[in-house]
Unconditional design. Structure first.
Length: 352
């Protein structure tokens, strides 16, 4: 998240002027209006991936309008200011917390501070009883506003799981993304995006966030800070380690804990379609991996799509990605939108 201030330009003052021409000793008023102040816009730019440019609170100012001139000349308008932000930025008013806009499309623009109107010149004040007005308008001030920016990455598929469940290994296996992978918890410290190609000219975007732990909704661990990045996804992949290094670990209890944290964070996020991905099959004999996978599914009472894979060797990932692409294609063709909670019923664990 980041904060910034925006200040639109003030309107220029109107002019007090009278016609001065040969043989016209008492010319009427001809003062022009002041120019309008410039406005401030936020513009989504695909080339920007973070809010790092706004780490220090800055003030962005548009240009002021110029004063009006003689001969009914309107002053020059102030230059508008366009501030580039990452695509996927949510904009809120810092004072009221009102959401002003959600820049989900590259090139989308949002007006955040409107420039002040230029003041009237004295020719505007002429009347039947006041033939030589000397009044003029001072020009209105531009809007000022403090803003909060929140970046939510735009991805089709999001990865969920405990730390060290193999999320980063999976995204490395199926895309060109290269997140850090190590044998200790919380290796991933920020969201990672990878583009997964499935055949010619077909692809989807996968997002990996830091792992969740029990109590995440109350602030434990790192993942809860990044769950908002999954709110735009159309499908969640819940990775479960079927061969945890700790002999006392229970994959089923861990899976249920993740679901509870999702519900605490957002009912809408918990209602998204979610597939179970049983990872690290390469660490077990084939028969034992199948036995553990079936036991986990049975205890979770899960009847939705599930996949037994190894992110380290790539085994099973091709079938997983093909199934994801098929779902996304069908969802787009049928609904023309992201899947609804009703679509998720058959693909969500019943475990609580």
């Amino acid at each position: 998240e980041a904060r910034l201030r925006v200040q639109a330009g003030n309107g220029g003052r109107g002019s007090t002027s009278f016609r001065r021409e040969k043989f016209v000793p008492f010319g009427g008023p001809d003062g022009g209006d002041g120019g309008h102040g410039g406005s401030v816009y936020l513009r989504a730019a695909s080339g920007i991936n973070t809010l790092a440019d706004f780490r220090i609170e800055r003030t962005f100012k548009a240009g002021h309008g110029a004063p009006g001139g003689a001969h009914d000349c309107t002053g020059r308008g102030g230059a508008d200011l366009y501030v580039p932000v990452p695509t996927g930025t949510v904009v809120r008013d810092a004072a009221t917390q009102e959401e002003l806009g959600d820049l989900t499309r590259d090139g989308a623009e949002l007006l955040v501070a409107r420039g002040g109107k230029g003041g009237w010149g004295n020719q505007r004040f002429k009347s039947s009883t006041n033939r030589s007005p000397r009044q003029f308008g001072p020009g209105l001030p531009g809007e000022k506003r403090a803003l909060e920016l929140e970046l939510k990455v735009i991805a089709d598929v999001g990865l969920l799981g405990l730390p060290n469940a193999g999320k980063s290994t999976l995204i490395r296996a199926v895309s060109a993304a290269r997140p850090k992978v190590a044998d200790y918890p919380f290796t991933t410290l920020h969201p990672n995006l990878g583009v997964v190609s499935v055949g010619e000219h077909r692809s989807f975007v996968m997002a990996d966030i830091p792992g969740l732990i029990a109590g995440a909704a109350e602030g434990a661990g790192l993942g809860i800070r990044f769950l908002r990045h999954l709110q735009r996804t159309r499908l969640l992949l819940h990775l479960v380690d079927i061969a945890p290094p700790d002999p006392g670990a229970d994959p089923v209890s861990d899976a249920r804990a993740i679901q509870r944290e999702l519900r605490k964070f957002s009912a809408d996020l918990a209602a998204k379609p979610r597939w179970l991905v049983l990872n690290k099959r390469d660490l077990l004999p084939a028969a034992e991996a199948q036995r553990r996978a079936q036991a986990i599914l049975r205890r979770l009472r899960y009847r939705g799509p599930h996949f037994l894979i190894s992110g380290a060797t790539g085994e099973g990932t091709k079938a997983l990605c093909a199934a994801i692409m098929k779902l996304l294609d069908r969802d787009t063709a049928v609904h023309g939108r992201a899947s609804s909670p009703e679509d998720a019923d058959a693909s969500r664990p019943d475990a609580t």
